[in-house]
Design a protein around this ligand. Sequence first.
Ligand code: ZN
Length: 308
Amino acid sequence: MSKIKIKKIISIGIVIILSGMLSACGGNALTKDTASKQDENKSDITIVTSFYPMYIATLNIVKDIEGVKLTNMTPPITGCLHDYAVTPSDMKMLEDAQIFVVNGADMESFMDDVISQMKHLKIISAVKGIELLEGDEEEEPNPHVWVSVTHAITQVENIQKELSVLDPARSKQYEKNAQAYIKQLKELKSRMHQELEGITQRDIVTFHEAFPYFAKEFDLNIRGIIEREPGSQPSAKELIETIEQIKVLDIKALFAEPQYPSKAAETVATETGARVYILDPAVTGPMEADAYIHIMNQNTQVLKEALK
Ligand SMILES: [Zn+2]
């Protein structure tokens, strides 16, 4: 086993098993005494997240913890990874990392081959244990679980638990940070339920399939999705059907997403008299720990305004 490989494995926390081997290789000052053994346990780790919501969740868990480097693989303007292709610099980033945090539910399935070749990389799938809704294609799950605050909480718990197993030396810090963030998320959730209690209209029409988990959580009915694939335009027939449906259901508000400005939204609005509002699925934004909470607060205000 090469020295580089050993270093990588150690940094993801399998220190106890390998410490004997390492001293056998010799020449590593870290194994000399107990004091430096602690340093060894806390060797630096590099975590990469696949896209924005995973970055924000993980940032809340690792922020302020020394020796943990967190990078997001994709620029924050990327949004969902539905059309994303891995670049050479992404590969390099993953080569240099020990842990890769993904959403799962097929959001990153385009990377399966790449990941399977990186034997050193530990994968944390944040979607574990979440009951998935069906996606727009048969037998494919809808991956947008984080748009529900309840599931966002589960994702934070999942990431923290796995991180603590992979990097036990920092497990207490991860747990403390995660608990503080989960407390904030729970407050957000109950605030949103309170605020949305009074809305009279619960039928909504959205663009792109990002909101089913959100709608389920807040008791909204998605009566139509105008563009299933982000950026794609609906056919003339689909557009006419949607316009008819909106008229029949007397829907007053359409919800577009800031990431995907839509011509179709404008057309439907003009034809039906419904207004277009922006609902944010939290796939882009500032790289700041409280960004998800801000986005959801904003969404709450938009829904209150649109559905009163
Ligand atoms: Zn999406």
